[in-house]
Design a protein around this ligand. Structure first.
Ligand code: NAD
Ligand code: UDP
Ligand code: UDP
Length: 319
């Protein structure tokens, strides 16, 4: 099916995941037809069950490491486990998902002449020696460590996107996403925001890895989804890569204290060993996103954390 007026048929891979489910919601609200493809490795039907009755929404169980023949106008390629716990569970499959998944989605985009957006990551910068990170920085990545299946998989996917662009003239968009949080994060995915909130709500110890002086920048999911939609709508000459994230920088210890304060929890902070290859600092330079997308995040950390805490207070979100 081809576009009819402003309405498009849009494929979201990884659409039953955290970011994917919010993106599907947004695209439906904008009046598009959405095809959500997911193998439910980390995503769940619960994330999108409220969309199933919408006639413009279609769900397909499929693994993107296998070819996919559908007719669409735009593709958002999000399929890939995103948290260290999940992507290290089956690291070979993680690389396959990033690399074979990218090849298949690019092959599909080439055949149907669709525009395609890649959900890349700040992990392409590795443990960065340049701070804050700009898109021109090539990164400091260990090719053989426990994070490499994800980092190098995502780097190779970026290479494939740019080679399909140069070699086949594909219209590509590459977003380098920095830590994003919000409702529908997987409660057991080990990511710092969901871990701390779940621990605080259960009155368990808050597990800070290392001394907690490593930094991250946390973007609320609604802000991130807005950047995706804006990036897809940029002129064809604009390919990215473009950093999307919130430049507010916090230490992990600061985050732990904020979560304790906002939940009113009596949990104590406990220090645990720092995992290997854990980046010391991370903060996006978003000058390019500001100028090319006219975008900047709007939701402050306290407000975003409060909404996320509300979500995790609901027992129905537990898996
Ligand atoms: P998520 O784990 O909630 O979502 C990923 C989705 O992809 C899940 O629904 C999962 O079932 C699906 N999936 C995994 N392998 C698949 C395969 N082979 N075939 C089909 N579906 C598959 O994670 P998320 O946070 O929503 O991340 C979405 C994308 O954004 C990922 O590509 C991730 O690398 C990227 N990203 C996220 C963040 C973040 O902070 N959330 C940061 C950087 C990059
Ligand atoms: N592919 C797909 N859907 C399509 C077209 C292609 O999944 O609609 C897959 C196909 O299996 C192929 C990959 O995308 O392995 C790359 O396609 P491309 O045309 O670039 O390469 P080739 O088919 O020549 O290997
Ligand atoms: N972290 C932590 N306690 C936890 C989970 C994570 O101190 O229970 C730390 C982790 O070591 C890292 C930071 O929080 O320094 C962010 O971790 P996450 O896995 O969320 O994301 P990433 O390392 O990919 O940025």
């Amino acid at each position: 099916m081809r576009s009819y007026g402003a309405r498009k048929r849009i494929l979201v891979t990884g659409g039953a995941g955290f970011l994917g489910s919010h993106l599907c919601e947004r695209l439906l609200a904008d009046g598009h037809d959405v095809l959500c493809v997911d193998n439910f490795f980390t995503g769940t039907k619960k994330n999108i069950e409220h969309l199933l009755g919408n006639p413009n929404f279609e769900l397909m169980r499929h693994d993107v490491t296998f070819p996919l023949y559908v007719e669409v106008d735009e593709i958002y390629n999000l399929a890939c486990p995103a948290s260290p716990v999940h992507y290290q569970y089956d690291p070979v499959q993680t690389t396959k998902t990033s690399v074979h998944g990218a090849i298949n989605m690019l092959g599909l985009a080439k055949r149907v002449k669709a525009k395609i957006l890649q959900a890349s990551t700040s992990e392409v910068y590795g443990d960065p020696e340049v701070h804050p990170q700009t898109e021109s920085y090539w990164g400091h990545v260990n090719p053989i460590g426990i994070r490499s299946c994800y980092d190098e998989g995502k780097r190779c996917a970026e290479t494939l996107f740019f080679d399909y662009h140069r070699q086949h003239g594909l219209r590509i968009k590459v977003a380098r996403i920095f830590n994003t949080y919000g409702p529908r994060m997987h409660p057991n995915d080990g990511r710092v925001v969901s871990n701390f909130i779940v621990q605080a709500l259960n009155g368990e110890a808050i597990t800070v890895f290392g001394e907690g002086n490593q930094t991250r920048s946390f973007c609320y999911v609604d802000d991130l989804i807005e950047s995706f939609v804006r990036l897809m709508a940029t002129p064809d000459e604009f390919t990215g890569p473009v950093n999307v994230g919130n430049p507010g920088e916090f230490t992990i210890l600061e985050l732990a204290r904020k979560v304790i304060e906002l939940t009113g929890s009596k949990s104590k902070i406990e220090f645990r060993p720092l995992p290997s290859d854990d980046p010391m600092q991370r903060k996006p330079d978003i000058a390019l996103a500001k100028s090319a997308l006219q975008w900047a995040p709007k939701v402050p950390l306290e407000a975003g954390l409060a909404r996320t805490i509300e979500y995790f207070r609901n027992p129905a979100c537990a898996v």
